[in-house]
Design a protein around this ligand. Structure first.
Ligand code: SAH
Length: 383
């Protein structure tokens, strides 16, 4: 099976009575979440999946929204123990795209009908880099206005911890969503894998600032980290709820051999895939109307991982649009998919995969989460 093979096999349809009816439950407790995350029998997994899909369709509809992913720079000031572009890895060829290159990626997104893009990078807060992103966002908002999207492409940023002033500048430039993963809400585990200045508290503070500045805020975690427990993962979901998060991006942890966590003990691949899918389902069951991305890391471990994510309650996919010549230099973990395909090939493969999962692509739409629209009471649901 190659990375473009859609799922056609239906799998077990037997459902477990114990897990059926979760959708009707008013509020899942921490113990319920742990029970869901620990489901292993095929029939239990299918029952949870079917409930999560039902909750998704009822609350958010059938649409899958696309955010073209541009990896703007792999330069990084941090040394996170899990990350393949951490600053102390000398072998990484460091690059930064120009504003012209980022805008060209945005125009490709617009042409493909992706309604939004994500600009992601390593941790950089230097003036030169922030000026570059501000300029790129300004230009994207001006230069991607079309008859189908008169307000231009939606722009989500994922460029790490910044000051309030920086968040404001980027928001003023036109970025309206920001993704900053908390990585894990277990403070001891967080401290273990993040040396240096970034602390659990400073991340939470950034998430608070982002909300205050006016962004739709996304966060997420890595799943299957060394030492992480089902209780930690349940707490992660409760954290998303407590912070009233609008969108979630999470995926399996994948050990990178060049990093300190490269040889750390973690659950095997099949277990990390199972856990990642159950996290998507449990988050959907608990939070209901948020956007949840089916992430590239899931596809890195399973050729049809992203489609499975959709079947377990996700409704966002981030196709690659980073220029091909630098994709290889942005490898947070090994096995990154779509290194060879160009952006157009990714686009045609993707539509097919989404339809094979029984869903419909929301072309030319920002695809803001129902949660964010409710929170802000924006009446037009085409955004
Ligand atoms: N500097 C930005 C972007 C980081 S890269 C920021 O901190 O927001 C995006 C995400 O990739 C990270 O948040 C992390 O969750 C994930 N990631 C990094 N290394 C990984 C690994 N080895 N396995 C799985 N996910 C990883």
């Amino acid at each position: 099976m190659n990375s473009c093979t859609p799922i056609t096999k239906k799998g077990s349809r037997a459902v477990s009575a114990e897990f059926a009816g979760l959708a009707a439950q008013p509020a899942l407790s921490r113990a319920d979440l742990i029970r869901i995350l620990g489901a292993r029998e095929k029939s239990q997994i299918e029952a949870v999946r079917a409930e999560a899909e039902r909750v998704l369709l009822r609350n958010c509809g059938n649409g899958v929204y696309l955010r073209g992913l541009v990896e703007a720079s792999n330069a990084c000031a941090c040394d996170c123990l899990y990350c393949g572009i951490r600053k102390s890895i000398r072998e990484v060829n460091r690059y930064t795209l120009t504003a012209d290159e980022i805008v060209a990626c945005a125009k490709a997104c617009s042409e493909f009908g992706y309604g939004s893009m994500v600009i992601q990078s390593g941790e950089r807060s230097d003036r030169k880099f922030i000026d570059l992103i501000v300029e790129a966002v300004h230009r994207i908002k001006r230069e991607t206005r079309t008859s189908q999207q008169p307000e231009g492409l939606g722009v989500t940023l994922c460029i790490g911890q910044q000051t309030r002033e920086t968040y404001e500048r980027l928001h003023d430039a036109g970025a309206h969503r920001y993704l900053l993963r908390i990585e894990t809400t277990n403070p001891e585990l967080f401290a273990k894998i993040h040396p240096g200045e970034q602390t659990f508290e400073s991340r939470v503070e950034c998430l608070r600032l982002l909300r205050e500045v006016g962004y739709q805020v996304g966060t997420g975690v890595m799943i299957g980290l060394p030492g992480q427990t089902l209780g930690d993962l349940a707490d992660d979901i409760l954290f998303f709820e407590r912070l009233d998060i609008d969108m979630i991006g999470m995926g399996p942890f994948i050990p990178h051999p060049g990093t300190p966590l490269g040889t750390a003990e973690c659950p095997d691949i099949a277990e990390r895939i199972r856990l990642a899918l159950m996290m998507i389902a449990a988050t959907r069951l608990k939070l209901r109307d948020v956007n949840i991305a089916s992430t590239t890391a899931l596809q890195a471990l399973d050729p049809v991982g992203r489609e499975k994510g959709l079947k377990f309650g996700a409704n966002v996919i981030m196709p690659q649009v980073t220029p091909q010549d630098v994709r290889r230099d942005y490898q947070l973990y090994p096995g990154k998919p779509c290194l060879e395909e160009n952006a157009r090939e990714c686009q045609s493969c993707l539509g097919m995969r989404i339809e094979a999962a029984g869903r419909k692509v929301g072309y030319h739409a920002w695809g803001d989460s129902v949660h964010a629209r409710r929170r802000k009471a924006v009446p037009d649901d085409s955004r």
